[in-house]
Design a protein around this ligand. Structure first.
Ligand SMILES: O=C(O)CCC(=O)C(=O)O
Length: 259
């Protein structure tokens, strides 16, 4: 189970903190048997979500962010919900602010020191058929449920955006130790990063990798991590699915056999 997994960043003793993370300890590439055509169909079915993101960005409305002239927007996929219902489900500790627009709400909350911006469309087109198929294929390949209502979102990063390094298994809003990422818009300058935080708060980036498009990537988020869109002008968009390891198997998953 998730609680028994080893942490590659856990020091053997306080005197010997790790100075490296092996990719195999935190990442898997997953073969779900999809072709480029399948990924293109998925992208087409997700197009309405992109329209909302682009409309919000074009509106000139403020995008709260800890990085000047940059930012991130998350958009849940699946069933329509209201900000009140979304955050009520998380209990009393969940504080948020919101702005209402004709087609969506934009909420801001603080699971970590930086603001997290979520765009909630008022009327959703339902779960795209290809996304259901992808979730089933991922669930089958991993042996744990993947995605589902509340566990599927799009993550848009403006150029220059990066989170502070964090973990997700231990915070009120997430409680997820492993995620699936499917890059929809990306450039080689967009990186996934694992590392550690010094006692002083200083971050050490120990391992970086680019998650390529038209592929399914499995990443550990119970190890300190961040993402970085290092491109000067292009955004990055990933489809992100939670892996519900409490209801199935957990890390480590077998490594993919290269043919
Ligand atoms: O890729 C993203 O947009 C978010 C990744 C991340 O930091 C997370 O899943 O915790």
């Amino acid at each position: 189970m998730a609680g028994s997994r080893s942490s590659p960043t856990e020091p053997a003793s306080a005197a010997t903190p790790p100075d490296a993370i092996a990719l195999d300890d935190v990442y898997r590439s997953l073969d779900v048997g999809w072709s480029g055509h399948d990924y293109a169909e998925l992208a087409t079915e997700l197009a309405p979500y992109l329209s909302w993101i682009r409309a919000f960005l074009a509106s000139g409305e403020p995008l709260p962010s800890h990085i000047e002239n940059s930012g991130s927007i998350a958009v849940p996929i699946g069933e329509s919900t209201t900000p009140e219902a979304l955050f009520a489900a998380l209990g009393e500790g969940a504080r948020f602010s919101m702005r209402e627009y004709p087609e969506y709400w934009v909420t801001v909350h603080y699971p970590n020191p930086e603001p997290v911006v979520t765009l909630l469309p008022k009327v959703l087109p339902g779960v795209p058929r290809k996304l259901l198929e992808l979730s089933e294929r991922c669930s089958h390949a991993l042996g744990a449920p993947v995605g589902g209502i509340g566990g599927m979102f799009l993550g848009w990063l403006l150029p220059g955006f990066s989170w502070a390094m964090h973990t997700d298994h231990d915070n009120l809003f997430e409680q997820i130790a492993t995620r699936v990422h499917v890059p929809l818009i990306t450039t080689p300058e967009s990186l996934w990063v694992w590392g550690r935080k010094e006692a002083s708060g200083t971050e050490k980036w120990l391992l970086t990798t680019h998650l390529g498009p038209d592929q399914v990537h499995v990443v550990r988020v119970d190890v300190p991590h961040t993402v970085w869109n290092g491109h000067a002008s292009e955004p990055r968009l990933h489809l992100i699915l939670d892996v519900h390891e409490d209801a199935g198997r957990a890390w480590p998953y077998p490594a993919r056999r290269e043919s």
